[in-house]
Design a protein around this ligand. Structure first.
Ligand code: COA
Length: 136
């Protein structure tokens, strides 16, 4: 039985373990800090898929007033292919809709095969470049 719910602070280790198992962490990002920041205010959340009391999938989402964003979509390697990403994306979109968010976007690293998932689910490739800078 799969349950989809918002993460609570006590889920941190299990959520980060999924991110690491899925190859979603990067040396320049602190995943524990990312998790705590997302749960630290009302404009963001981490949604988890739980199966037999084990967290097997995650999606971080947040609304900045213009767009909703999704980060850290990941499903444990031994549970992929069961429709969990679809459910997590649906739940993230519902969370955003409930806050009046009109459009959702996400960033995908070049070469990530998950592009096929988004295209399959009807997401449209955008003609934009992403620029970033550190604020610390
Ligand atoms: C990408 C990922 C989240 C997909 O999770 P998943 O639970 O296996 O996906 P689902 O089973 O929910 O797939 C939903 C649908 O998309 C399809 N799909 C999944 N991955 C796909 C891919 N790479 N290419 C094309 N279609 C794909 C499935 O066949 C399924 O189709 P159906 O419902 O019509 O049968 C998972 O492979 C993962 O964790 N990858 C590593 C982390 C990652 O790269 N995340 C994305 C970062 S933005």
């Amino acid at each position: 039985m799969i349950g989809i719910r918002a993460a609570t602070p006590g889920d941190c280790d299990a959520v980060v373990a999924v991110w690491e198992a899925c190859g979603l962490t990067r040396p320049w990002n602190d995943p524990v800090a990312d998790f705590r920041r997302a749960l630290g205010h009302d404009a963001a959340t981490v949604i988890v898929a739980e199966e037999d009391r084990r967290i097997v999938g995650t999606a971080m989402t947040g609304f900045d007033g213009h767009r909703g964003w999704i980060y850290y979509l990941g499903v444990a390697p031994d549970r992929q292919g069961c429709g969990m990403a679809r459910q997590l994306l649906d739940a993230a979109c519902d969370w955003l809709r409930q806050r009046g968010c009109p459009k959702v976007e996400l960033m995908l690293r070049e070469g990530n095969p998950a592009a096929g998932l988004y295209e399959h689910l009807g997401w449209e490739r955008q003609q934009v470049h992403v620029f970033a800078r550190w604020l610390a």
